[in-house]
Design a protein around this ligand. Structure first.
Ligand code: 1HN
Length: 351
């Protein structure tokens, strides 16, 4: 055993004496504060839809959408239980709405995305315009816009919610309001925002109605899927990503939301992807097909077979690799816009 440092006892005495004055010696924590590489407490995790769905349906029998306000099961990172977080900066949940229900109108500074997982025929209303939900559609609720959901479907409708809740909590910038109207007035016919902004055109005297957030509320799956299929047939396939596109704000070419990046990718049949890691932890929703996912290294490594409606999280700076026998379509989101704005987005593509 090493002899104790001659000052060890004096140091402990010093720390103890300064403690009541809210003082702490930096040198005891310096290396943890500026680690040699990102050292997230998050762990890789998978939620098989077959495991989650029965709990969602039981929630449907136990509480109404109205009572719950939002009937959601939060996907909590196993290492962050109790924090309503799937990564340090992002929230994810699966929301259920049943035929005839209304999830009442409210607004908040947190931005939300919806990715439709099961069922069709529910709607969400954003700022006076309703959008019908279909599986694979990506829908945005910009910060501080009134939004409510409802369903005239003939069965359950389930979607993935992605929000910047932990990030806004960190900034202490969360505000919310309930709308006195249970469901907001519809002021524009469905499809207006898509007609204005969804065809590589924009109104001549447009402004950006939602700041940095895309003015397109709904990006329909059929369009994203058609683009990926075309590229799979006729363009080079990326050795890491397969065919991967990012959703864009048509007014800026930038991300669709100020805090959250969204992607859709296709792994061709027989794809065996190379490994990568990047600083933005990402949440995935499997849309079609099957994939094998390998995340992490050594003891903590996870290997999953995933299929439609399964959800998983790849934490920051974890090595990940995707492959697929039959082919696969994946939706994903991350906090990359924030990393890029701060100049701290790093990616390593391993060979
Ligand atoms: C929210 O407003 C929705 O509008 C979903 O559907 C999930 C999680 C935390 C806070 C607000 C929604 C939410 C949320």
């Amino acid at each position: 055993m090493n002899a104790p440092h001659p000052m060890a006892q004096a140091r402990q005495q010093l720390y103890g004496d300064m403690h009541p004055h809210n003082l702490t010696p930096l040198w005891e924590v310096l290396h943890a504060l500026v680690p040699p590489k990102p050292n997230t407490p998050c762990v890789p995790a998978l939620w098989k839809y077959a495991d989650v769905r029965p709990f969602l349906l039981r929630a449907g029998e136990t509480i109404t959408a109205e009572e719950a306000v939002r009937r959601v099961l939060i996907l909590e990172n196993p290492a962050l239980r109790g924090q309503s977080a799937i990564t340090q900066s992002l929230y994810a949940g699966l929301q259920l709405i049943l035929p005839g229900e209304i999830a009442p109108s409210h607004r908040h500074t947190q931005s939300a995305l919806r990715f439709i997982v099961e069922g069709a025929g529910a709607w969400t209303a954003v700022d006076g315009e309703r959008t019908t939900m279909r599986p694979g559609d990506f829908i945005i609720t910009p910060s501080w816009t009134w939004h409510d959901h409802g369903s005239q479907a003939d069965g359950p409708v389930v979607w993935l919610d992605g929000l910047d809740i932990p990030m806004i909590r960190f900034l202490d910038a969360g505000f919310a309001q309930n709308n006195p109207e249970r469901s907001q007035q519809v002021t524009r016919p469905e499809g207006t925002s898509f007609a204005r902004y969804g065809h590589n055109m924009a109104p001549v005297r447009h402004d950006a109605p939602y700041g940095a957030t895309s003015p397109i509320f709904s990006y329909p799956y059929e369009r994203s899927r058609a683009a990926l299929e075309e590229l799979e047939r006729h363009a080079p396939v990326d050795a890491w990503d397969g065919v991967k596109l990012r959703y864009v704000n048509p007014l800026t070419g930038g991300w669709t939301m100020p805090t959250i990046a969204t992607f859709m990718q296709r792994l061709p049949a027989g794809f065996a992807g190379k490994a990568w890691r990047q600083t933005d932890g990402a949440v995935y929703s499997v849309v079609e097909g099957e994939a094998e996912v390998i995340v992490g290294e050594g003891d903590g490594q996870q290997r999953w077979r995933v299929g439609p409606r399964d959800h998983f999280v790849v934490p920051s700076w974890h090595t990940a690799r995707l492959s697929s026998g039959r082919g696969c379509v994946l939706f994903s989101f991350s906090d990359r816009p924030v990393h890029q704005a701060l100049g701290v987005h790093f990616e390593e593509r391993l060979s």
